[in-house]
Design a protein around this ligand. Sequence first.
Ligand code: TYC
Length: 103
Amino acid sequence: QDDEGQHGVLLETAKPQLKKPFFYQVVVLNDDYTPMDFVVEVLEQFFGMNIEKATQIMLAIHHEGKAVAGVYPKDIAETKAQQVIDFARAHEHPLMCLVEQKS
Ligand code: TYC
């Protein structure tokens, strides 16, 4: 038991920066103004969801403040996040999303 605990501490201190470096979550945030059907369209168009899944995720964002729309390598996650923001701005909606390293 002591050995296991010590082992865990050693692993954590030796390799903190090697924890899942490859995948990033695109997190979509709630706001008070973007129409629900626009968010559903975004989730379908940029994250390949069907209408049922897109509606479910949109409602999760609406009720909980945010949700993960997809998980990708860093460059793809950042490109998708920027595309969503650009698309929302082109339609004059304040929809925001961000990229988080998966923990
Ligand atoms: N809260 C918005 C509304 O009531 C809908 C919404 C859902 C906005 C999800 C953004 O990411 C979002 N019209």
